[in-house]
Design a protein around this ligand. Structure first.
Ligand code: ZN
Length: 498
């Protein structure tokens, strides 16, 4: 066997898998943005058939042969080739360890569970959702058991952040929680609270115009992507055809701008992956924590900061002169960066958001270990919430029914959001060392230096390394808490005259 030609053949196969998967990205985007409501049944069938085709394609004996042939000559492979084979093996195991019967059963259960959750949340009725939650947890454990893993929760964490485990996350969150809690409390009790009711009556067309200018200047490639609106913003499609969405509310312009910049961060990552190696370790993202580090760096470190608003503030004021007439720039920044202990994760500020995630991580651990039974989730949620966040939910909607994730079988996903914040802060410190005047370039409205740095340091790396390996290669250290605490203290304490 010629190793080089076998490697090339494997790359072609992986590219084919990537292209096939990208069709799912496209019809999934269409479903949430453009599809007429009456076409939902057809779309359901299309998605099921496509899923089956993707599975069958990856189950072809040729793919296994290609992977095994290269595994047999590992000592002849360079580090890039080894990474490609390692990830191809992960893909292969995914489709060979999980029986088709189980995949179909899980997919059906997920649809039913999602519908049950929507209804339960609307009616604030946990009891009606309980059997579905129990089933999702059982399925999650059943799936993990198909693999050679000692802990089911570790299996799920690894699905979203390769290489991370409960044991690597625990000390980070334990260190972070009390520091953020006390920082939030100091800010909330500061003598200079933000002005109230600033962000009311911001015409949507002007918000849209502003966001488009920001997104363009961040470097979103409109030649190979578009922005539409959806109920919940997301970034879908493919790096070569990125389908990003946002939403607008005249009385919540922060949300549209922040989520627009957030999704653009995700989009730039996808657009920055090396498409020559699509579907392989050299051309795919590392995992959700690194993905979130990209969205949150743009949304928070950039979009919430004084340098950003030095350039964009006058444009914003020109669009909304009356709405902003009564407040000065410092008050505007405080209003934009309001901190509050609040029940709903997706509405939380960038400090307490992490406490919401730590709460979910603790609950997931307890659900998987059996320390908390699904039936006891509401009480456990309230207890943990009071302890970690300092808030006791008034009803299920404010508590254990607020997130869609578990209804969809997504256990182990939540930690990525907080790990992404940790990495974003490490990257932010590193880019300031590499490009000392980076904040000046942002204050000049020039995002190119930051974007190019991220492209080179993060996007172009693909999945050669896993989450902690990537963090260490770029920032000199695996994930740690100090940079995030330094960043938040450095930004918020002066803003609130503390
Ligand atoms: Zn995100």
């Amino acid at each position: 066997m010629n190793t080089d030609s076998a490697y090339k053949t494997l790359l072609e196969t992986l590219r084919r898998h990537d292209r096939l998967g990208s069709i799912g990205g496209l019809i999934g985007w269409d479903e949430l943005t453009m599809m007429p409501a009456g076409s939902a049944d057809l779309r359901g069938e299309q998605k099921a058939i496509l899923t089956e085709l993707i599975f069958r394609e990856a189950q072809k004996p040729e793919f296994r042969d290609q992977v095994e042939a290269l595994e047999a000559v590992k000592d002849q492979l360079d580090s890039d080739q080894l990474a490609v084979v390692r990830e191809a093996r992960r893909d292969l195991d995914m489709v060979t360890h999980i029986p088709a019967e189980f995949a179909a059963r899980k997919s059906r259960a997920q649809s039913a569970s999602y519908q049950a959750w929507v209804k339960a949340r609307n009616n604030d009725d946990f009891a009606s959702f309980l059997p579905y939650l129990q089933e999702q947890l059982d399925l999650a454990k059943e799936q993990a058991a198909f693999f050679d893993v000692s802990d089911a929760y570790d299996y799920w964490i690894d699905q979203f952040d390769p290489g991370m485990t409960c044991a690597t996350i625990e000390p980070l969150f334990a260190e972070l929680a009390p520091q953020l809690r006390s920082l939030a409390e100091r800010i909330i009790n500061a003598p200079t609270p933000p002005p109230a009711d600033v962000f009311k009556g911001f015409p949507v067309d002007k918000q849209e115009h502003f966001l488009r200018e920001v997104v363009t200047s961040m470097g979103f490639n409109f030649e190979r992507g578009r922005i539409d609106t959806s109920v919940h913003p997301f970034c879908g499609g493919h790096g070569q055809d990125t389908r990003m969405t946002t939403r607008f509310d005249a009385n919540n312009p922060i949300d549209s701008l922040s989520s627009g910049m957030h999704e653009t961060g995700h989009a730039l990552y996808e657009q920055g992956l090396d498409d020559r190696f699509a579907g392989s370790a050299l051309g795919k993202h590392v995992g959700m924590a690194v993905h979130e580090s990209q969205s949150r760096l743009w949304e928070n470190m950039v979009g919430r900061g004084a340098p950003f608003w030095k350039f964009w503030g006058p444009k914003y004021r020109a669009l909304f002169p009356e709405q902003l007439a009564a407040i000065n720039d410092q008050e505007f920044l405080r209003a934009f960066n309001n901190v509050a202990i609040s029940p709903i994760r997706v509405d939380a500020d960038e400090i307490t958001y992490n406490l919401h995630i730590i709460l979910r991580f603790e609950l997931e651990k307890s659900l998987f270990s059996g320390a908390v039974a699904p039936a006891d989730l509401p009480d456990a949620w309230n207890d943990y919430s009071a302890r970690i966040l300092g808030y006791t939910p008034k009803n299920f909607r404010e508590g254990c029914l607020q997130d869609v994730h578990w209804s969809d079988g997504l256990f182990g996903y939540f930690p990525s959001y907080c790990l992404g914040n940790l990495l974003a802060a490490q990257l932010w410190e590193t880019v300031q060392k590499d490009i000392p005047n980076i904040e000046d370039t942002i204050a000049d409205g020039d995002f190119q230096p930051l974007r190019e740095w991220l492209r080179k340091e993060v996007h172009a790396r693909g999945r050669r390394l896993y989450t902690n390996g990537t963090a260490k290669a770029i920032t000199g250290s695996e994930l740690k808490t100090a940079p995030l605490v330094r960043y938040l203290s450095g930004r918020y304490l002066p803003l609130y005259s503390l």
